[in-house]
Design a protein around this ligand. Sequence first.
Ligand code: GLV
Length: 332
Amino acid sequence: MAAKPKVFVSRIIPDAGLDRIKEHCNADIWPDPLPPSRDVLRARLADCEGLVSLLTDRIDGELLDAAPQLRVVSNFAVGFNNIDVPAATTRGIAVGNTPGVLTDATADMAFCLLITAARRVVAGHQYSLSGEWKTWEPLGHLGQDLFGRTLGVIGMGRIGYALARRCRLGWDMPVLYHDVYKSEKAEKDLGAKSVDLDTLLRESDFVSVHTDLNDKTRGMFNAAAFKQMKRTAVFINTARGPLVDQRALHDALKSGTIFAAGLDVTDPEPPLPDDPLLRLPNVVIAPHIASATVGTRNAMAEICAGNLLAGLRGEKLPHPVNPEVDTTRRKG
Ligand code: GLV
């Protein structure tokens, strides 16, 4: 019987995927809650054919060179900005991700942050606990209405569409979007209107980001962008922290340039303890948990295992990031 392929799994993922990986591979599973250091990763990968990585693991050419037998990297995430995909492709290493299954959970979190920030729920909660609550206040805790207000979506992919659908069908919001691709589906189903970025920032009451992090989008939400937004606007980011110039966001929130923000992602993660953003009353920050439901994480684990095992067996990955890598040339 052929030896099972050696793989490194950089964190404990749900049994829904881990059990299959353990069954079919000689799996070295990193047991700590914190990520392995780069040196550990390099050492553990030396004789591995497969890797299950997380978005906290930086996988670049230098690391891949230290793993000469590596054939497949299966990222336990839909985003893959932690991986230098061209570096993997030139080395013939297949990369997989977990799209689709986290769309609804992430759109739910974007909406949760939107309503929480707009209605000042976290500041209200802290006020209730503090003992300062003395009476019902006609002018206290005033937030922003949602119903019929305009949603602006940057990046009308699966998650952007799912948020727009919630807002359009549930809260009767007109939807503007900005994307390099036209979304026939959003236009047809939701009456969404494609606009340039400036128009979206100027006209939206809620601005929600759902775009990839790459060299073009890094830092796109800067002081100039916040300045274009309405003073009543709420800014939502469930995509990636570095899309935002965090200092500029802080200044916009503090000066009242925008009303509030709801973030599931920051730069860095976690934010530095002395980041002044953490002390503002009009920002809600979740610890990158948009996909953190039992069902979603189980589904991600299943896809992640499926990608890993397919790559090791010399089959096409069910969810490839670089399908140009022909995994079938090397039958496992
Ligand atoms: C989470 O951020 C993911 O990309 O899956």
